[in-house]
Design a protein around this ligand. Structure first.
Ligand code: NAD
Ligand code: UD1
Length: 324
């Protein structure tokens, strides 16, 4: 029996494939259209794990390709990462985002249903909470109004999965809401390397550190936070990847399950910059800039449910970010 990983050559998908293989799931099939990654990742995964994954260069919106993948393999479960994720771009190209993320997910679910594969783990985001008025996000709060078309695609997909489960209660559906994934595999072979100018803090810091960009703009220093800059729950990508392994292992009864994947701690923009400087022994130039529209001052996960139900917690949780 195989696990199909859509978007498996991407940042979180590739780290998850490595952790799946490390946890005895050797039969992994990756499907990715390579719009934000490259096929070389398959070689890198093999280098790290010794396992060569079967790879399909295919789009999740392509019904025929999905049919071929499900016909050629006995797929037991799908971990669904494939999607577009640039918040700013989604504001400019909403139709592309809904088509790819929502349309693609519907095609994938239809193919799964046709081939009687009814177990899926879906990449959602803390953005679906909207602005609940409190910084600690608990699953029971439900969804709010997401701040971008990207976020809205995640909320819509969660809704589709809920409707599907109501209509067909033999599905096993795991919705994982990620907080702010950062970091890379210790081999240095996998990581996050966004095309163009990054939106997210950590890749931006990295590009400043290597001299590709001049300075980090710190978006606001007048928030009601520990030092006035925004606070977020940054989670190491390998911890996040292991959350998927746990979801696959532990969720074996039909149901729809929602879990936060975060550490439960928040760090400020300045703390992150300082930690990066300290750990890498480099200087990161920055300037204080106006607040970024749509940003919240502070939020972090309540990770209790994931610990209780999945037996998962972030291993970096009790350490200061950057300490070994
Ligand atoms: P990524 O861009 O590195 O990976 C996504 C992969 O999906 C890429 O390899 C891309 O080529 C592929 N893809 C996109 N559209 C496709 C399609 N139609 N068909 C086939 N493949 C397609 O992004 P990531 O950071 O690894 O994110 C993975 C998932 O997690 C995404 O769904 C993203 O929205 C979600 N997520 C990411 C974050 C984050 O901060 N990185 C936070 C919350 C949720
Ligand atoms: C952003 C998205 C969110 C998405 C998440 C993960 C927005 C409004 N939200 O969240 O929908 O799920 O990424 O992909 O875009 N910062 C700077 N300077 C920078 C970049 C960021 O000061 O150059 C600050 C931000 O103001 C924030 C923190 O760093 O306080 C983290 O920002 P970012 O990495 O973009 O993540 P989020 O805003 O949490």
């Amino acid at each position: 029996m195989s696990i199909l990983v859509t978007g498996g050559t991407g940042y979180i998908g590739s780290h998850t494939v490595v952790e799946l293989i490390n946890n005895k799931y050797k039969d992994i099939i990756i499907m990715d259209n390579l719009c934000n990654s490259s096929e070389g990742v398959i070689d890198k995964i093999e280098k790290i794990t010794g396992v060569r994954c079967k790879f399909y260069n295919a789009d999740i919106r392509d019904e025929k390709a999905l049919d071929k993948i499900f016909s050629e393999n006995k797929i037991e479960a799908v971990i669904h990462f494939a999607g577009l994720k640039a918040v700013g771009e989604s504001v400019k190209k909403p139709l592309e985002y809904y088509d790819n993320n929502v349309g693609g997910t519907i095609k994938l679910l239809q193919a799964m249903k046709k081939h009687e594969c009814k177990k899926i783990v879906f990449s959602s985001s803390a953005t679906v909470y909207g602005d609940p008025g409190t910084p600690k996000y608990v699953e029971e709060m439900g969804r709010g109004i997401a701040s971008s078309p990207y976020g809205e695609t995640k909320a819509v997909i969660e809704g589709i999965l809920e409707s599907l489960y109501k209509a067909e209660p033999d599905w096993i559906i795991s919705i994982l809401r990620y907080f702010n994934p950062i970091g890379a595999h210790k081999s240095g072979l996998l990581g996050e390397d966004p095309k163009g100018i990054p939106n997210n803090l950590m890749p931006y810091i990295q590009k400043v550190a290597i001299g590709e960009l001049k300075e980090v703009s710190v978006y606001g220093d007048d928030y009601d936070t520990k030092d006035g800059t925004g606070e977020r729950d940054y989670i190491h990508v390998v911890d996040l990847a292991n959350g998927h392994v746990k979801a696959l292992e532990k969720l074996n009864k039909p149901g729809i399950y929602i879990h936060n994947l975060g550490t439960g701690n928040s760090y400020s923009v300045l703390e992150i910059i300082k930690a990066f400087e300290r750990v890498n022994n480099v200087k990161v130039n920055y300037k204080i800039a106006p607040r970024r529209p749509g940003d919240l001052s502070k939020f972090y996960a309540d990770p209790t449910k994931a610990k209780k139900e999945l037996g998962w917690e972030a291993t970096n949780r009790h350490r200061r970010y950057g300490e070994r």
